[in-house]
Design a protein around this ligand. Sequence first.
Ligand SMILES: *Cc1c(COP(=O)(O)O)cnc(C)c1O
Length: 472
Amino acid sequence: MPPSILRNIPSVNELLDSQPLKRLSDSVSRRVVVSGVRSFLETLRQEAQTTANEVVVPVGAELAERIASWIMTSEQAPLRPVINATGILLHTGLGRAPLAPDALSNINELAEGYCSLEVDLESGKRSHRHEAVEKLLRDLTGAEASFIANNNAGATLLTLAALAGEREVIVSRGELVEIGGSYRLPNVMEASGARLREIGTTNKTRLDDYEKALSAETGALLKVHTSNYAIVGFTEEVSMKDLAPLAHRNQLPVIHDIGSGALVDYSRFGLVGEPVVTDSIQEGADVVLFSGDKLLGGPQCGIIVGRRAYVEQIRKHPLARAFRVGKLTLAALAATLRHYRDPEVAEQRVPLLSLLSTSVENLKLRAERLAPQLAAATVIESAESQQDVTYLGGGSVPGQQIPTWCVALQPATGSIDQLAHQLRTGTPAIFGRLQQDHLLLDLRSVFPSQDEQIVETVCRLEQNEPMDEVQT
Ligand SMILES: *Cc1c(COP(=O)(O)O)cnc(C)c1O
């Protein structure tokens, strides 16, 4: 850009005196606006120096308006509510499971002031924070004791360190999972200090593979649910029922990482093959590990349940303190677990389960009602209801399709990507799913109360212009 254009930019003080920025100073803060104006101008200068193309600088009032809206955008917190219209119920990027209203009110009630996190009110003595959920977990899973870690990755690392640090842990080659790039079982094991002893092959592992690997070096046997993939065809794996007696004959613990952590049988929701915690305990697992924010539909945490002696060993390990959860998590978890004492109550009150159990007819009706309302928006060329399938996500129940209904959108102008961007950056943000030449709004993961918000938000949007000049 020729320097003359830079000279046309008004001074910071002139800009601050303009109407839009004055108004913003009053509503936000002068300090924030001053630094916003400076960094906007700085970006503009850098852009002028680095881009070969001509940079069009808006003039006068338009520039001030532009800066004001830029500052307002950057004032929005990065962590904001999103309407999840991707159809993926356990979207890790969108925070996995939404919390039950009772979980929220329990957080509110317990976090607003002080709470009995580690005191026994009866005796006045110091107690343990795991008691907040211990009885519930005992009743729901049949396990003797529990510990709550920050997530299942933490639960796994802590359990391996406490029960098998410096020793070998036997795992089938068919179960060395990766859950999202940052969780790879072999790496977690290495970090725990335990040594991985792989056995069997990718598709077949037999009981005598475990047996032959046993030695004085063995610290534990580990079985992992392959929650985000399935090995099909010529396969064989050892069930917990067969594995547990082998471990116990050799005075070793068998650990079961079941991933999602179903407290009830999910085949009632059409999801088959998810291990249920109670079954694993009954079949002889000594320690069972699972996430709190996957199928359970609670807060992010890693739940460890099992035999008292092993759980005690886990609680006493130095890492336990580093991995333990705070009162907010325990408040949400306790409230969520209470719903599971009656599976029907859980289905009504745990949002994940209500979404999962919504009938296809219900979704169809909503999609058919939404389509014409969305088609009326300026930014929408066409909106049509259509049947589709979606997935649970979050590394749970691989390949199992969940029937759903969507509204397929086409933008009036610009590309599908531009429309998706507009929806993502709107208030509230709306995340859809791209499919060939449509943007799908999948109702499987949308709460009925959000339907109207979607219509309002989309109707408020203005038509996309072909890409803007200054990308600040
Ligand atoms: C999801 C998953 C994990 C990781 O759990 P986070 O709670 O995300 O840390 C570990 N193991 C299995 C089998 C899983 O499915």
